[in-house]
Every structure is written in structure tokens, then in C-alpha cells.
Design a protein around this ligand. Structure first.
Ligand code: IMP
Length: 207
């Protein structure tokens, strides 16, 4: 009997295509239309930001303030990439709830534990959209007489009608689209995506 071996070795091109199709299927299954900023791009940028902050603060022991809940992923990676002594604290401000547009309503849900008088503060924000949240936060923190305040945001939307608010360092400027992942949610979901993505419109259709 003659045994003919079936040639099932994939060419590089076919493997790439198969991989691409698998990734696309995974994204669809997670409700994601497309990845805007990859995990690798985020981590590279965070390393650069951390190095700058290390140089800026040295032994001053800054207090990093994370704005809950969206900044959690960014803050965790940023502080681990920094090598200087620092402290952390969190604030929670009311956000958009399940809607994809700002309600314009800002209120404190959780205040800081630390006394910030005379301290050097680094505010860590996930995204600056209208700028409303940040403007409110800055006014409130300045009234408590810190030594200085620096605002570091992972994302900033290109929005012509946004408030001109202090943002000292932006990781990525993005188009005015609703994004999720890497801490950012839609209706409480998608925060655990390791990248920043645009949702498939069917995920919020009719809401
Ligand atoms: P702002 O007050 O309009 O600048 O909005 C700030 C907050 O709104 C952010 O800290 C986020 O929690 C939320 N936000 C704004 N844009 C988006 C988005 O595209 N996806 C998810 N959350 C967003």
C-alpha cells in the first residue's frame, strides 16, 4: 500500500491570516469593534512617563492620586514602573453611569485619606473628555494648599469644545469616540481589557 502524506504545513501567509481571523473572532466575542491602542503601546508609553516622573520628583515622595475607577489599571502600571519613593491615595468622582455622554454632574463619592497640605501631588486620570471632572478636582485640591499639582492622563480626546484645563502629560491623544478597556468601562464592563478599544455599536444600541 502506498501511503501519501497529506501536506498540511501552512505557509507563513496562511498562518498570519488564520491568526488574524482568530483574533478578529476573539474581539467580536468581547464586543470590541477595533483596538485603538495596543497593550504594548500602552506599556511603552507608561515606561516613558514613569522615567520622566522619577526625574521630576527624585526624593520628594509625591502623593499619586488615582481617580477611581477608571484610573486603576493605569495607576497600578505607572507606579510600578516608577522607582522613586511615593505614596498613593484615591478619590472617586461621579461619572457617566451607563450613558456614553457626560451628564455634566460632578460630585465626590470618596474623598482622600491623606492630608495633602504642602505635598507634591500627581493626579492620575484615565481619560480627559470634557475636562469637567478634572477642573472640579483641581479646584477642590488646590483649596487644600498642596505644594504643587501635576496632572498625568493616559488619554485625551480631541474635542474642540472641551474645557481648557491643566493636563501636564498625556499618553495618547485620541479621536472623540467612546472607548473602553484598560480601566475604562461601558456600563461597568470592559475594564479588564488589556488594551484601549472602540466598542461595537451593537453593544450599546438602543441604550
Ligand atoms: P470628563 O469630565 O468629561 O473629562 O470625563 C472624565 C471621566 O468620564 C473619565 O475619567 C471617565 O471615567 C469618563 N469617560 C470619558 N470619556 C470616556 C470614554 O470614552 N469611555 C469611558 N469613560 C469615559
Amino acid at each position: 500500500m502506498v501511503c501519501r502524506q497529506h501536506n498540511d504545513v501552512m505557509t507563513g501567509e496562511r498562518m498570519d491570516q488564520a491568526l488574524d481571523e482568530r483574533q478578529q473572532a476573539e474581539l467580536r466575542a468581547r464586543g470590541v469593534a477595533r483596538i485603538l491602542i495596543s497593550e504594548e503601546e500602552i506599556q511603552d508609553e507608561i515606561r516613558a512617563m514613569a522615567a520622566e516622573l522619577d526625574v521630576e520628583y527624585g526624593t520628594d515622595q509625591p502623593l499619586m492620586i488615582g481617580v477611581l475607577t477608571g484610573a486603576v489599571a493605569f495607576m497600578a502600571d505607572l507606579m510600578k514602573a516608577m522607582t522613586i519613593p511615593l505614596e498613593i491615595d484615591f478619590m472617586a468622582i461621579s461619572s457617566y453611569g451607563a450613558a456614553t455622554k457626560s451628564s455634566g454632574v460632578v460630585r465626590i463619592l470618596k474623598d482622600l485619606n491623606a492630608d495633602i497640605e504642602g505635598r507634591r501631588l500627581i493626579i492620575v486620570e484615565d481619560i480627559v473628555d470634557s475636562g469637567l471632572t478634572l477642573q472640579y478636582l483641581l479646584e477642590m485640591l488646590k483649596a487644600r494648599a498642596p505644594r504643587d499639582i501635576r496632572v498625568v492622563a493616559l488619554l485625551k480626546k480631541d474635542k474642540p469644545d472641551a474645557i481648557a484645563v491643566q493636563v501636564d502629560r498625556v499618553g495618547f491623544r485620541i479621536p472623540d469616540e467612546f472607548v473602553v478597556g484598560y480601566g475604562l468601562d461601558y456600563a461597568g464592563r470592559y475594564r479588564n481589557l488589556p488594551y484601549v478599544a472602540v466598542l461595537d455599536p451593537s453593544e450599546y444600541a438602543g441604550k
